[in-house]
Design a protein around this ligand. Sequence first.
Ligand SMILES: [Zn+2]
Length: 304
Amino acid sequence: MRTFGFFAAFLSLLPSAFGWNATGHRLIAAIAYDRLTSKTRARVDELLKHHPDYATILTRSAPADERGRAREAFLAAAVWPDTIKGDARFWDDTRKDAHATDLIPGFPDMKRHTNWHYYDTPYAPDGAEPGHQDPPHALSELPRLIREIGKAPQASAAYDLPWIEHVEGDLHQPLHCVSRFLKSQPNGDAGGNGVILGERRNLHSLWDGAAGNDTSDAYITKYAADAIAAHPAPKHIEKNPKKWIQEGFELSKSQVYTFGNETGSREHPLNLPESYSENAKRVAQAQIALAGYRLAAVLNDKLK
Ligand SMILES: [Zn+2]
């Protein structure tokens, strides 16, 4: 969930917006895991065993065999930063009224870091005054995590890895790279959370779920194979998070905010045609394949 100025109260009425849902994050991790070199794969498998939640969360639904267990830990790790949003051991450092929870050994801190999941490039199509997001945010934290993971002590690297997997994935959901400011919505739309669609949905949640909601291994394996076949890996794999954000911002303009300067409201939700959702699914498939290739490239580069 993104809390953003006056949207905080209003967002609590809406379904949670988590970035790609668990399906999207698992897909990206599955595509990446198959592309890790054997050396890098051995390192991520080992690192995750040192994560404080390895036994309780990361391998909760893992198969018994060692290979399957290691792969499942990597997939679950990609969802972990969302999992802790509902975990009472952690606290939301972006809320003014929040109380810090006790530090548990193995974690550097107990913050939920909900603002690490996105970077709001301002988009002001009708000339409204654009807002500005202060760090920490995805643009400040993801490059730092990527820089650090190769040389960090094991405990820090174990903590950083799920975050890298997750935020890298989030930035391939275009609405994690933008906030739209309109004269009618001067505080911004918090990455589409403020664009209200019918049936308790909003623009952000439509895109979060554009790769489906099924987390079964059968679905993940088939979707990943289809996505790879439709969008083979490019020769040059971009590894710079800043470029990923710029691309996401461009996609937001060309593929997401294509319905004009409307925001919808609870009384009059915006009605997007079926063709809009179909296009979102196509864009999501391409972005998920790309995110998988890029995650593998970054880890192969940093964890040799
Ligand atoms: Zn996220």
